[in-house]
Ligand binder design. Structure first.
Ligand code: NAD
Length: 484
């Protein structure tokens, strides 16, 4: 098939990407380029915020808070639906832009853009009514949820728009205003969404500032920001937490993971090979909750590994703008170098590489799907979060040993258990140290489902009413008549 015929995507109107500050389009004299990871070529320039831009954005959000905090539930719901409408009206262009800047093929882009629309509408239905916790005649105790103020949102490059929406929707719904900074690697969809949002929201309610890591750091230390909602690596999360201590900011930290999957001996290995493949390699494994260690019982190990490799050979890795592409490149050079270094280590250690290995493709940042056969537990490819398509498959003999090895990590984001016996899988799931455990499925999320990491995978919750509560202060009011 000729490449030209295989390309999908819509024309994106030529535009100068701008920040949104106090309802205005704001450019900067300093810019950088967003790079298409499939080609290594620049897509468009984006502004680099100065400290002054950030201060203006925070001030605008602070001023807007005085009014936005008093808006009704239905006004906020209408606003969130309006934001969803803006994405929906530009759906094809968002898909194309996301694939160009992030690298993911169309199916993944549909999941992310469709998910962003869905989340805005569903979070728009959530509220936290006051609770009367004691009602003793004239004596009453009431707990209510009040907005925090200005929220600082900081996002990574793997799901740039969806993870921004996971913050924007509950923050605004709870009555806060926001300054959000996208990753320097993938700023374009977020900047464009920010501009569209200004048609819906009053000035200052949602401000988007772009730049490198610096504006993120400025946000974490800013005295007028009351909470940081951060998704990114554990290493950066620790810096955010330290810096946020300056004014005791509230924090939600969604950080790294090294998720195990445990496959019990009662499964049909050929039947689940496809699911296990995507559990690990979806979004080219640039997924905080990708399966990063696959534990398979020794009785079915050889068959399961053979089925996994057979399936993997059928998957097409290419530029996400090609119709037949199922997996795209890594998103950026930094991550590409990191994963290549991990692979070099595996090669040097003499690991048995069943598929893939060091990259030979010189276009963009492509790393082949790589499956490593039973490397030692202390190998770098087992211990570290690869965040790229390198999967160690590990053999186990008894379930206690598998659970122990699965839990032997500083991370605790998610895990999965695969078995024909759901009760057995349940028993294993309950012993895993992870914020989410899927049984015979993976990567199911919902606006109503609490998501958050244990251990060094984070703190706080996104989604569900617990997530919404994370954007609120709780206030207890106790009343009784005056004793006269
Ligand atoms: P990163 O930590 O390098 O960057 C994340 C964001 O933080 C970027 O916007 C960056 O500019 C900003 N930043 C960098 N230094 C900062 C500082 N000192 N202060 C404030 N902000 C700063 O992460 P990444 O490489 O963009 O993303 C990959 C990581 O994100 C992986 O570890 C992955 O597991 C994690 N992740 C977690 C989840 C989750 O929900 N738990 C979801 C997606 C990704």
């Amino acid at each position: 098939m000729k490449i030209e015929n295989a390309v999908w995507g819509t024309q994106i109107p030529a535009r100068e990407f701008a920040m949104s500050i106090n309802g205005n389009r704001v450019v900067s004299k300093d810019t950088d380029f967003a790079i298409n990871p499939a080609t290594g070529q620049p897509i468009a320039a984006y502004p680099l915020a100065t400290r002054q831009h950030l201060d203006q954005a925070v001030q605008a959000a602070k001023t807007a808070f005085d009014t936005w905090r008093h808006t009704s539930f239905s006004e906020r719901q209408k606003a969130l639906n309006g934001l969803a409408d803006q994405i929906e009206a530009n759906y094809e262009a968002f898909l194309t832009l996301l694939t160009m800047e992030q690298g993911k093929p169309r199916a993944g882009a549909e999941w992310e853009i469709g998910g962003s629309i869905y989340w805005l509408r569903e979070i728009g239905k959530q509220s936290l009514p006051e609770e009367v916790v004691r009602d003793e005649g004239e004596n009453k105790v009431v707990t209510r949820y009040t907005p925090i103020g200005v929220i600082g949102g900081i996002t990574p490059w793997n799901f740039p728009l969806l993870l921004a929406v996971w913050k924007i929707a509950p923050a605004l719904m709870a009555g806060n205003t926001m300054v959000l900074k996208p990753s320097p690697y993938t700023p374009l969809c977020t900047l464009w969404f920010g501009e569209l949002a200004q048609k819906i929201l009053p000035p200052g309610v949602l401000n988007i500032v772009s730049g490198g890591n610096e504006p993120g750091r400025w946000m974490t230390e800013h005295p007028d920001i009351g909470k940081i909602a951060f998704t990114g690596s554990t290493a950066t999360g620790k810096k955010v937490m330290a810096s946020a201590a300056s004014n005791l900011k509230r924090l939600t930290l969604e950080l790294g993971g090294n998720d195990p999957a445990i496959v019990l001996p009662d499964v049909d290995p050929e039947a689940i090979a496809r699911d296990l493949f995507w559990a690990s390699f979806q979004n080219s494994s640039q997924f905080c909750v990708a399966t990063k260690r696959l534990y398979i019982h020794e009785q079915i190990y050889d068959r399961a590994v053979a089925a996994l490799v057979d399936y993997a050979r059928t998957v097409k890795v290419d530029n996400g703008l090609l119709v037949e592409s199922q997996l795209g490149p890594l998103q950026n050079r930094m991550q590409y170098d990191k994963v290549r270094d991990l692979l070099r280590d595996s090669v040097a250690q003499g690991h048995q590489i069943l598929l893939g290995g060091l990259p030979t493709d010189t276009r963009g940042f492509f790393i082949p799907v790589t499956i490593i056969d039973n490397p030692p537990d202390e190998s770098r490819c087992v211990v570290e979060e690869a965040f790229g398509p390198v999967l160690p498959v590990l053999k186990y003999r008894d379930i206690d040993e598998a659970i122990d090895r699965a839990n032997r990590t500083e991370y605790g984001l998610a895990a999965s258990v695969w078995s024909a016996d759901v009760a057995k899988a349940q028993a294993v799931a309950r012993r895993l140290e992870a914020g989410t455990v899927w049984i015979n499925q993976i990567h199911v999320f919902g606006p109503d489902i609490a998501f958050g990491g244990h251990k060094q995978s984070g703190m706080g919750i996104e989604n569900s009413l617990h997530g919404l509560a994370g954007y609120c202060n709780m206030q207890t009011i106790m009343e009784r008549p005056l004793n006269v």
